[in-house]
Structure formats: C-alpha cells, structure tokens
Design a protein around this ligand. Structure first.
Ligand SMILES: NC(=O)c1ccc[n+]([C@@H]2O[C@H](COP(=O)([O-])OP(=O)(O)OC[C@H]3O[C@@H](n4cnc5c(N)ncnc54)[C@H](O)[C@@H]3O)[C@@H](O)[C@H]2O)c1
Length: 333
C-alpha cells in the first residue's frame, strides 16, 4: 500500500484526492494546503482525512511514502526536491518545472535516491489517447505526416504562467508519446493582451522525416474547442475531445502520387474509403494514471511519463518562449 501526502487542494488537487480515494494499492494519508479555505473544503468532503497547512508535515512524515505536488508551477521544483530529499516518491503536476535545469537536477536526485518521479501528463491516460497510441504503434496510420491541434477557450487565466505553459504541455506530452522522435526545431508566435503573459500562441514543431506539428492555444476564444487532426501515410484521424460519442474518427483517406517524367506528369490519386469510430475506454484518466503510479513504485517499474518525459516537454516550452520573444525566429533543439 502506497501512502500519499497531497500538497495543493486548489482547482486540480480535489481530482487527485478523489481518484486516489477509490484505489486499492494507494491511499491518501494527508492533504496539505496553505489556504485555510482549501483545508475547510477537504474536511467537509473527507472528515476523517488528516490535514495540515505546513508542507513540512507531509514532507517529513514517516507515514508517507509518496508526495503529490498539485501546486502552481513555480513551486514544483522546491517541493519535489524536498520530497525526494526526504526519501519520498513524487507525482508532480505538469509542467514538471519552470526550467530544464531544474528538471535535470530533480531527475539526477531521484535516480541517485532510487525514487520514482511521475509527471502528470493526464491526457496520455485518456481512452482517446490510449486508442490513438495503439493505432500509431500498430502501424494502422502509417508513417505520420502531421499533428495539428486546436486547444482554445475563454480563460482560465493563470497568473504565474502563460497560455503556452498552461495548455501546450498537453499537446507536447501527447506528441512526445505518439511521435517518439526528437523534435529538431520550433517556431512560435504569441501575444500578450491582458495580464503580462501570452494569452494566444501558435507553435510549429519540426520533427525528422518531414513530420510537422502545429499547436494553437488561446485563452481568449469565445468557444471551447479541443480538436486534433493526425495525418498518416495510410490513414488520418480527427479527435474531438468535447463529444461524448465517436471522440476519435479514423478516415481511410489518403493521397498517392505516381511520378511521371516531369512535374506535370505526376499522377495524383485520392483514396476515400470508410470512416470508423473505435471504441474508447471510459475510465477516468487520473484513476488509470494514479493506479499506474502505485504499480510503478510497487514493482520498481520506470513510468513512461517519468522525469525525462517531463524534461522533454519543458525543453520544448523553453524553445517556444525563446521563439516568441524573437517574433517567430526558428529555435533549434
Ligand atoms: N493535469 C491537468 O490536466 C491539470 C489541470 C489543471 C491544473 N493542472 C496543474 O495543477 C497545478 C495546480 O493548478 P491549480 O489550477 O489547481 O492551481 P490552484 O492555484 O487552483 O491551486 C493550487 C493550490 O496550491 C496551494 N499551494 C500553493 N503553494 C503551496 C505550498 N507551498 N504549500 C501548500 N499549498 C500550496 C494553494 O493555496 C492552492 O490552493 C498546476 O501545475 C497546473 O498546471 C493540471
């Protein structure tokens, strides 16, 4: 049984506690938040759960094996470091850290102490992404041509991070998981309109072998859209995360070019076959992920969403920021 201390019970923390409560191999031992109103909410929902406003109580408790860091990004490094130094495994929110240097230091510390770091890249555990991963791995889509994502809505404005660091980690972690190629370069543009951080941004990520990705994140959109297109040489798919049924539609469509003598002789043929919507697993992603966290610790397995995966995402986020600062200059990775 893994006993977890959860630090941070704001917007996302309650989802972590609720999902942990329903699992067999892992349970919540204590919840910490420095805000009294957050702790009052914990006590109202879980009257028997121990609470504290002092993170040291969680970090130093001999009753706790693992710490879940569900606080704002700028606190991740310090809390994760203290947890590792106290011999605790760590489940830490995305994005892993505020800089690649911090992430590298934490990875080294965890490896030295033989502790697990899992970064909450929640989307990797959704039924939709698990299905898409299966389609990519089985070769059903063929070689990937592009990943194109629209992730926009009105708010929620964050004070400490831009829309890039808030929303893009979802797509960057999904791409990292699906594409499994090291990105070569990033071009990004974005603008600040309201509170000093980018609230609209467009990113292009170049991968080897002509694979290209585009991500559009926006806190100033009148409507919420969560739609991703993935194009492969054999098949293409559309993932609309906001619909209940047929979230993923796979299209047997493609283009084939037979080259003739010159460019004008090229023969283009279009294939338009069936569309099908695979069955998508409905279990809540966080439940699957936290169960996997317990399994990794108990069986000594290395999670695929470990510190290194978190670092790869932070590397891309830093490159995006550098490119935005230079109004879209190409940044090599
Ligand atoms: N995986 C996802 O889909 C997802 C979704 C939302 C948020 N998040 C991530 O979760 C993290 C938290 O986001 P949020 O929206 O819940 O933020 P939030 O501001 O709503 O909540 C953070 C809570 O942490 C508490 N806190 C801050 N520093 C603390 C400290 N040192 N000790 C104890 N308590 C402390 C605050 O009082 C607050 O209650 C962020 O990293 C965010 O990116 C992830």
């Amino acid at each position: 049984m893994i006993r977890v201390g959860v630090i941070g019970y704001g917007y996302w923390g309650p989802n972590i506690v609720r999902n942990l409560q329903g699992l067999d191999d892992i349970r919540v031992e204590m919840v910490c938040d420095k805000s009294p109103s957050a702790l009052a909410r914990v006590r109202k929902t879980y009257p028997s759960l121990a609470t504290t406003s002092d993170p040291c109580e969680v970090l130093r408790s001999p009753q706790i094996d693992a710490v879940a860091v569900i606080t704002p990004v700028w606190t991740h490094y310090e809390l994760t470091k203290a947890a590792l130094e106290n011999g605790k495994h760590v489940f830490v929110e995305k994005p892993f850290t505020s800089s690649a240097a911090q992430a590298e230091e934490l990875i080294e510390l965890a490896e030295r102490k033989k502790l697990t770091i899992m970064v909450d890249h929640t989307f990797l555990f959704t039924g939709a992404v698990r299905k898409i991963h299966e389609l990519v791995e089985s070769g059903d889509l063929g070689d990937l041509y592009y990943y194109d994502s629209l992730r926009v809505n009105l708010g929620l404005f964050q004070h400490d991070v831009s829309v890039v660091w808030d929303l893009a980690p979802h797509d960057l972690s999904i791409m990292d998981h699906l594409i499994k190629k090291e990105p070569e370069a990033i071009v990004a543009t974005g603008e600040r309109h309201l509170n000093g951080v980018e609230d609209v941004a467009f990113m292009t990520v170049y991968f080897p072998q002509n694979m290209i990705a585009h991500i559009n994140v926006n806190w100033l959109s009148p409507v919420k859209i969560r739609t991703t297109l993935i194009g492969g040489q054999k098949k293409m798919l559309v993932w609309n995360d906001l619909v209940a049924d047929e979230k993923v539609r796979v299209y047997d469509k493609g283009v084939h070019i037979k080259s003739g003598e010159g460019i004008r002789d090229a023969l283009v043929s279009y294939r338009t076959g069936d569309m099908w919507a695979p069955q998508i697993e409905q279990t809540e992603a966080l439940r699957v992920e936290l169960n996997y966290f317990a399994e990794c610790i108990l069986k000594g397995k290395k999670p695929f969403n470990d510190g290194h995966a978190g670092l790869r995402v932070v590397h891309m986020l830093e490159a995006v920021d550098r490119s935005i600062q230079k109004r879209g200059e190409l940044v090599r990775l």
